[in-house]
Ligand binder design. Structure first.
Ligand code: FAD
Length: 369
């Protein structure tokens, strides 16, 4: 039986420091904390900065039609994307920060007959093929393209502003206490779970949520997180925005964000190395300039790298450890953590408060590997 952690039941239970401890303050840990607080659950959010955190590094695409998940996870990803407009409104109401959201649709651009064939073969019922003339109308800066698959409703969110809004909300939220510190270990018991910080401090809650991104496997006692590995992604930014739409090419993507364009990305297994490399940046630039050649005459303003928390099937772990239900996983969101953060928060809050789940989580079971 999953532990019930309503305020009434835990009030006065002196050994509990709080109702829920969330480990990790990236987009997942923040969204989980906010969702729990919205249900009146008392949260202690424990986090410590790590170089290469994925959430600020990400491109912010909401691309379930392109980064396609298998089986019911695809439906989940679409729902995650469609959760965003209301989420952005909610954040604006609560923080005064309007997070930029681009829902103009995503273009998958073709430059060869083989490319056209591939895109048409994998088309979803919701996608529409644009021939070269139509595409020119959509995006005049793609004159060399033969056409594009148009994924309406997909787009991008400015994940940097999203983090700012989530942090502001957490800071002003009476149910959330923030603690700056690294978590060394976690020890689940029958109806509670204890964490030990690097400082030696121990905290106990009815439930602990592991949202530690690519570092989840380093937390001793979080036994199922061993399958989460870091995958480095390098990105660059350009000082102009020739496109309005997010566009994928054969080897990368570009994302307009305010007055700049973000281009990505590599997917490298280099453990926790967060440096950028000349070859990685070159590859990303080549992919971006293949999509939109006019970018070649624009200045690249920055290059950076982040560590995606990757699982073997690239799907997240969302749910309790079946052997120790007081230990819950919300990690391993791989390439789509920004997309899935608000819905992951909702689902963890459903689990903790024993509310009916809006989605079947069996594909995301933490013990599936
Ligand atoms: C280059 C790149 C491009 C991407 N593009 C997209 C995209 O377009 N769309 C999309 O949806 N997703 C994208 N992603 C993926 C997305 O960024 C991640 O899936 C998501 O940010 C993961 O969030 P997280 O909170 O789990 O991890 P993180 O953001 O890494 O946060 C984890 C936090 O936990 C903290 N922490 C770790 N260990 C401990 C500990 N022991 N104690 C205390 N704190 C700890 C870390 O310091 C960090 O603050 C991209 C990722 C990268 C790297």
């Amino acid at each position: 039986m999953f532990p019930v952690v309503s305020r009434e039941q835990t009030t006065g239970v002196s050994e509990l420091s709080t109702e829920v401890i969330v480990v990790g303050g990236g987009v997942i840990g923040l969204a989980v904390s906010v969702a729990l607080a919205e249900r009146g659950v008392e949260v202690t959010l424990v986090s410590e900065h790590r170089p290469g955190e994925a959430s600020p590094a990400a491109a912010g695409m909401l691309a379930p039609s392109v980064e396609r998940a298998p089986g019911p996870a695809h439906k989940f990803s679409i729902a995650a994307r469609d959760r965003y407009p209301a989420y952005i409104e909610f954040l604006a109401e609560r923080t005064g920060i309007k997070v930029p959201l681009n829902r103009l649709g995503i273009l998958q651009v073709a430059f060869s007959q083989k490319g056209i064939k591939g895109l048409r073969k994998s088309a979803l019922p919701t996608t529409r093929w644009l021939d070269a003339k139509e595409l020119q109308h959509f995006e005049p800066a793609l004159p060399h393209a033969l056409g594009a698959m148009f994924n309406a409703q997909d787009g991008a969110v400015d994940n940097v502003v999203l983090l700012e809004a989530l942090k502001k909300l957490c800071a002003g939220e009476k149910w959330i206490e923030r603690l700056d510190g690294g978590v060394r270990s976690v020890k689940p018991a029958a109806a509670s779970c204890t964490i030990t910080l690097d400082s030696g401090t121990q905290l106990t809650a009815a439930s602990v949520v592991i949202a530690a991104g690519a570092w989840a496997a380093k937390i001793s006692g979080a036994r199922l997180a061993k399958h989460v590995k870091p995958a480095r992604g390098q990105l660059v930014s350009y000082s102009s925005t020739p496109l309005r739409h997010v566009a994928y090419g054969p080897s990368g993507y570009i994302v307009p964000r305010g007055s700049i364009t973000i281009a990505g990305s590599t997917m490298e297994n280099v453990r926790f190395d967060t440096t950028t490399t000349a070859s990685g940046v070159k590859k990303v630039r080549a992919a971006a300039e293949e999509i939109c050649p006019v970018l070649a005459s624009s200045t690249t303003t920055e290059a950076w790298a982040g560590l995606r928390p990757v699982t073997p099937d690239l799907l997240p772990m969302i749910g309790p450890d079946p052997k120790h239900p007081s230990l819950i996983y919300a990690c391993g969101h791989s390439r789509n953590g920004v997309l899935m953060a608000p819905l992951t928060g909702d689902l963890i809050a459903d689990l903790v408060t024993e509310s009916p789940l809006s989605h079947d989580l069996s594909q995301f079971r933490p013990d599936r590997f």
